[in-house]
Every structure is written in structure tokens, then in C-alpha cells.
Design a protein around this ligand. Structure first.
Ligand SMILES: *Cc1c(COP(=O)(O)O)cnc(C)c1O
Length: 217
């Protein structure tokens, strides 16, 4: 994962396929970059007996207890990926032929861990939009979520110049330069993250599928 990139970022948040309950990891073959990241994750202490800072640092260090949890999780990673890929396949087999529903493709150069099954709903073909489906699932006490809202649409990064001038002074908003963005906006509008936990049973999956396919009669 992340091969060829300058830096790869891994999240070990509680919701992820393997977790240390929180935190994450940077990986890079640029030793200088990693050394610097390590330094600023540990309060950017200089080599003095007292605390001496020449740059701003953070307290992002993870404990050895979390490392032990992470190493334990790595042992079951293959099993978890196998199960979660089965969940994706189940959704794809049951909903894959429904007009207006698309699944995320798998790039030819990798094997996805399918951490989350995401579908795209095209209302013109499916009949109703993403939000209608989400609410119908919620009605059945099934949680699903829209795909992540793109950063350039987040109010805190609102790129409108007038807003920046008005708000930058009191540091309420930060400008964000936008290049493109249409793809992310489309995914946000049409994308729905389906329940994908490895603990889901076939009955659980069937409940989700039956709510979604009830629109396609
Ligand atoms: C996990 C995740 C995040 C947040 O990562 P943290 O390590 O919790 O900060 C953001 N975006 C996506 C798409 C993620 O899957």
C-alpha cells in the first residue's frame, strides 16, 4: 500500500479494518521526512536536557500499549480482509444488476481491502435518490451514510474571497484552493456507504438488501 508515493498514511482509528483504538502511521522511504515527522510528533524537543523548542511540535506519540494492540491485530488482518471482501461480494451479487446502482471498481494494480462497501445511486435510473434510500434504511434502524463531503465544500474551507476576507481576521475560516472537484462532488451526491462490519451476519445483509431492492419493483 502506498508504494511509489512519497508518503503513505495509515489510519488505525476504531472504525478501521485493523485498529489500535486511535492514531495512525506514516510510512516513507525518505528517512529525513520520517525523522522530522517523528520529532514534531514528540513535542519537537531539541537535544537539550531541558525542553527546548525551535519549531512547533505536537503530542501525537502513540504508546507501546497501542503498538501491542496493533501487532495483535496484524495477525488477524488476512481473515478480516477475507470476510469484508465477502460482504462486498454479497452486496454486489444481490444488487449489482439493479439499474442505477454501481459499485466501486477494483483498480487493476491492487487488491482492495473493501473496508467499506460504497454504492452510487443514479436517481434517473434507480427511481429515487441516495438520500431517500438512506432515510428508508434509517426507518428500519439500519445506519448508512453519505460518502465524505469534499473539503472544498466544507464551510471551514469555503473558498469564497469575500468570506475569507471577512473571516480570516478572526481565524474562523481558512481558504482552500480548488482544482477540479467535480468527481468528488458527484461521489458525495450519489454515494452511500453501506453497513460493512465484519460481524454482520447473512441475515443482517439481507435486511439491508431488501430495503434497497424494495425501490426496484
Ligand atoms: C478513516 C478515515 C478518515 C479519518 O482518519 P483518522 O485516522 O481517524 O483521522 C478520513 N477519511 C477517510 C476516507 C477515512 O476512511
Amino acid at each position: 500500500m502506498g508504494v511509489g508515493a512519497k508518503v503513505a498514511i495509515f489510519s488505525f482509528n476504531g472504525s478501521k479494518i485493523v485498529t489500535t483504538s486511535g492514531g495512525g502511521m506514516l510510512a516513507s522511504d525518505d528517512k529525513e521526512l520520517i525523522d522530522h515527522a517523528r520529532k514534531i510528533s514528540q513535542q519537537a524537543k531539541e537535544d537539550f536536557p531541558h525542553y527546548e523548542h525551535t519549531e512547533i511540535g505536537y503530542n501525537y506519540r502513540m504508546s507501546n500499549i497501542l503498538a501491542a494492540i496493533g501487532r495483535g491485530q496484524l495477525k488477524v488482518l488476512d481473515e478480516l480482509v477475507k470476510r469484508i471482501r465477502e460482504i462486498f461480494e454479497y452486496y454486489k451479487q444481490t444488487l449489482g444488476d439493479v439499474p442505477g446502482i454501481e459499485f466501486m471498481p477494483e483498480a487493476p494494480y491492487c487488491r482492495s481491502n473493501r473496508w467499506l462497501t460504497v454504492i452510487l445511486i443514479t436517481p434517473e435510473k434507480f427511481g429515487v435518490d441516495r438520500e431517500t434510500v438512506r432515510l428508508a434504511l434509517e426507518e428500519e434502524n439500519i445506519e448508512s451514510r453519505p460518502v465524505w463531503k469534499p473539503m472544498h465544500l466544507q464551510p471551514v474551507f469555503n473558498p469564497q474571497i469575500t468570506q475569507i476576507n471577512a473571516n480570516f481576521k478572526n481565524k474562523k475560516r481558512y481558504p482552500c484552493r480548488v482544482v477540479g472537484g467535480e468527481v468528488a462532488e458527484d461521489l458525495f451526491n450519489r454515494g452511500l456507504c453501506l453497513p460493512s462490519g465484519t460481524a454482520m451476519t447473512e441475515d443482517d445483509l439481507d435486511r439491508v438488501v431488501s430495503v434497497i431492492s424494495s425501490f426496484n419493483k
